[in-house]
Structure formats: C-alpha cells, structure tokens
Design a protein around this ligand. Structure first.
Ligand SMILES: [Zn+2]
Length: 471
C-alpha cells in the first residue's frame, strides 16, 4: 500500500503540468543538483576528495571535474554512497542469471551497460530511482496525458506494451522491466520479444497481443515495418496501436518515415543511456527527444570539454544524473554526437529539445571531394536500401578513402540482386552529386551479425579518421 501511494505521488509529480515553464524546470534542476552534490560530497569518499575544493552550494557545474567510465569503474567502491556496495559484490550478483528482478543487498537494482565502447559500466539504483524510471516512461513522451486521474483507467484497462529488444537480462532496459515496481504491475502489460528470435514467431505473438505501444531498436522496428507492409503483421487490426517508440539506436529520418508509413501511427525517439535511463523522452511532433532537464543535465561540448552552442553538434556530452543518489554520476563523459535545438519545440513541450544524436565519432563515414574532406551521412545508403523490400539487414563499411562496401542480407526465402542494390545506391549517391567521387562494392551475405546487445552494427569505419589536416 505504501509503495502504491508512493507511485501515485510520483506519477503526479513527474507528469508535466500544463503551465510548466522553462524557468520552473531550471529551478527544479538547480535544487536537485545542489542536493546531489552535497549528498555525494558527504557520503562518497571519491566525491569527498574530488569536490573538496568546491562550495557545492554555489559552484558552477562547469568548474567541476569530469568523470570517465574507466575512472568510475576503477573507483567504483568509493564512488558509491553506501559502503556495503562493492564492485566485486555487484559482479558476483550479476553472474547469477536467476538474480534478475531480485535486489542486491535486498534493496538495490543493478544493471550493466553493453560495453560497446570498451568495458561495461555497472549501475546500482535504489527503489525510488527504479520507480522513477518506470514513471517517466509512462507519463512523458507518450500519448497518455495529464495528471494522475486519467491514469486511473489503467487499473481496469492496463497499457499494453510490446518490447522488442533482446532476451531478459541485466542490460539497462531489461533490468528496468525486470525491476518493474509491484505497485505498477496492474497498470501495465508487457510482451517481451527478442531480435534473436525468428521474426515469424514475433509476428504471431504481436498479432495475438495487439499492443498499444511497440518499443524497439530502429533495426528491429524496420523489420516489423516490413512485416506490416507485407500484410503479415497486423498490430493495428483492432485499432489499438497508438505509438511506436525507438530506443537505443539513432533514428534516421528515412527510417522514421518507413516505420510511420507502415504502421500509420507516430514514431517517437528516445535518447537514453544505461547510466541515466530517464535522460530524455520522445518528442510527439519530431524525431527529436526532450531532455528531462529536471532529472538530468546534459552539457554538449567539444573535445576539450568546452560548451558548444545549441544548433551545433558537439564532440561528446557530459551527463549528470540528478536522481541516482546511490551511485552519483556527475559530468560523465559519453562519446555521443548530440545537437541541442536553439529553438523551443513546436509541440509545446517546455523541456529542451535534443534535435539529433548520431553515431560514435570513430564510426563516422567521410569522403574527400575536390580536396576537401566532409562527413558522409549514412542516410545516403539507408534511403536507397529502403527501396529493396526483400532486404533483412544491411551494413555499410568504409574501407579506404572514398571506398565503401554495402553489405546486404535477404529475408528468409528471398533473394537479392547485387545489380538492383547497386542501381538503388547509385541513384541515391548521384542525387547527392557524389557519383564520381564515391566508389562502392555490394556484397550479398547470408546474415549480418548483430552486436552482443542485439543492436545492429550498421556503420563501420575500417579506414580510420581522415588524414590529419584534411578536416
Ligand atoms: Zn517537441
């Protein structure tokens, strides 16, 4: 009962009020930041040392030291604010699969990031932070609207959400569902699907479940869009489908259009990370997402940690999680290339708009045209490949200066023609005026392996960065 009351209060507190302004959000953010800094300095030996020179009630965030993942993991036992938590203890807990959904030390939810950028990070959260992760998913960035009382109907008509990611595990979104608060369960029915299962099986289960929301990676949502276009997947048959939510992979406009056309519902895009699952919620009128600035701070910076203006893409971000007091994460360096919008969003959401997030720097494609090196947007290939309906998955490799390989795999029982793929890509490349500069080969392969977390690895740069001085 206590947990239920807590949930109700949290639902009410985190549902954006109709009159919420940017100033009000900034005031909440400031209050939470000061509370976090004071708590970290008092209870975490690591931060006691790092923050010693600063008055945490008046200092500027931009003066504080940054935190790399390597440092957070090396200093894990002193970063956390409860001395009972240890890295060895968390690792031992995570090594037992049956611990999923149970609480480390009887009170903490634990997860690990995928380690796609080196070692995985371990994340420890208390029950309040876990409940908040659930509530934010529920009340922000979805078409469920204002205040608690409309949510009441969910008690007799629970939200139906299909999640197509990977098999249950301690990865961040898996753990978020694994630790669903008991009080929240009546509101919510979840169907878990894995990208590693045969697609026909997922289609059958989705047709039976009739979800209101489908959550997945861009690559898995594209697979479902093709099934819908072919008439096999009919999640809208009873008119229940309301929204598609993309997580964990960048959502290029061409993919958003493909998915929206196939399902005839809005597609929203969430940018989050295991270290801060509440980072943003999808915008309801664009493929951007709104930074939950009352729960997290995001500094978009250049390589030397200097801020870049809104409207300009940064070289990385520094993320501060304002709700995890067990493992304070302050100015955490992440190599995502993020552009904040300089304008307020036409959808009316007062939270800052994250316009675009693109892949990691090391996998950016580049091309030299007339002696000048430029970024080569991956959508040039993607938009072309969307013209091939029998395609299952693809990957673009840069193998040298101006040289690329387009790898494609067909859907089961279909075949692909290299000539046709070549013609589609050539058309797209020529329409961008790059016909004479860009050289590519097409490889047809039986399948393209997914990364360990089930995400598609669609762009790889084997050639490395452009020659020094060329940029
Ligand atoms: Zn918006």
């Amino acid at each position: 009962m206590l947990e239920f009351l807590k949930l109700v209060l949290m639902l009410n507190r985190l549902t954006p009020a109709s009159g919420l302004t940017a100033e009000r959000i900034a005031a909440i953010q400031e209050r939470r930041l000061r509370r976090l800094l004071a708590h970290a300095k008092r209870h975490s030996p690591y931060y006691a040392r790092k923050l010693a020179p600063f008055d945490v009630q008046t200092c500027q965030l931009s003066d504080l030291p940054t935190l790399s993942k390597a440092e957070m993991m090396a200093s894990f036992d002193t970063v956390v604010t409860d001395p009972a938590i240890t890295r060895a203890g968390v690792e031992a807990f995570l090594s037992v699969p049956s611990n999923l959904g149970t609480y480390y030390l009887g009170r903490y939810g634990v997860s690990h990031t995928s380690g796609s950028q080196g070692q995985p990070a371990l994340i420890v959260q208390d029950r309040d932070a876990l409940m908040q992760t659930f509530v934010v998913q529920f009340v922000r960035g979805t078409r469920i609207s204002n205040r608690f009382f409309p949510h009441l109907e969910r008690l007799w008509r629970p939200a139906r959400m299909a999640v197509m990611t990977q098999h249950p595990g301690f990865y961040p979104s898996g753990a978020a569902f694994g630790y669903l608060p008991a009080a929240a369960k009546p509101f919510f029915k979840v169907l878990h699907l894995s990208v590693f299962d045969p697609v026909e099986e997922s289609v059958t289960r989705l047709n039976a479940f009739q979800p209101e929301y489908i959550v997945g990676y861009t690559s898995s949502l594209e697979t479902l869009a093709r099934e819908a276009r072919a008439g096999r997947l009919r999640p809208g048959a009873t008119g229940t489908l309301r929204q598609i939510i993309n997580v964990s992979e960048p959502l290029p406009d061409a993919s958003a259009r493909l998915i929206a056309d196939a399902f005839q519902v809005p597609v929203t895009n969430e940018y989050a990370m295991g270290e801060c699952m509440c980072l943003s919620s999808g915008c309801l009128c664009s493929t951007g997402s709104h930074l939950n600035a009352d729960l997290a701070m995001l500094e978009v910076v250049d390589k030397e940690n200097r801020p870049v203006p809104a409207g300009t893409r940064g070289a990385k971000v520094l993320m501060t999680n304002l709700y995890n007091f067990v493992q304070p994460i302050i100015r955490y360096e992440v190599d995502d290339l993020v552009t904040l919008s300089p304008k307020s969003c036409p959808c009316g959401n007062p939270f800052p708009l994250i316009e675009a997030v693109s892949g990691r720097d090391k996998d950016r494609l580049w091309i030299e045209v007339g002696g000048e090196v430029r970024d080569l947007p991956y959508y040039i290939f993607l938009a072309a490949l969307h013209g091939e309906h029998d395609l299952a998955e693809h990957q673009v490799l840069q193998t040298g200066p101006n040289r690329y390989v387009v790898r494609v795999a067909a859907q089961p029982d279909k075949t692909l023609s290299a000539e046709r793929i070549r013609a589609l890509v050539t058309q797209s490349v020529e329409s961008e005026g790059l016909g004479s500069a860009l050289h590519f080969d097409v490889e047809i392969v039986p399948e393209i392996a997914r990364g360990p977390s089930g995400k598609a690895v669609r762009v790889r740069n084997l050639a490395g960065p452009p020659p020094a001085g060329a940029h």
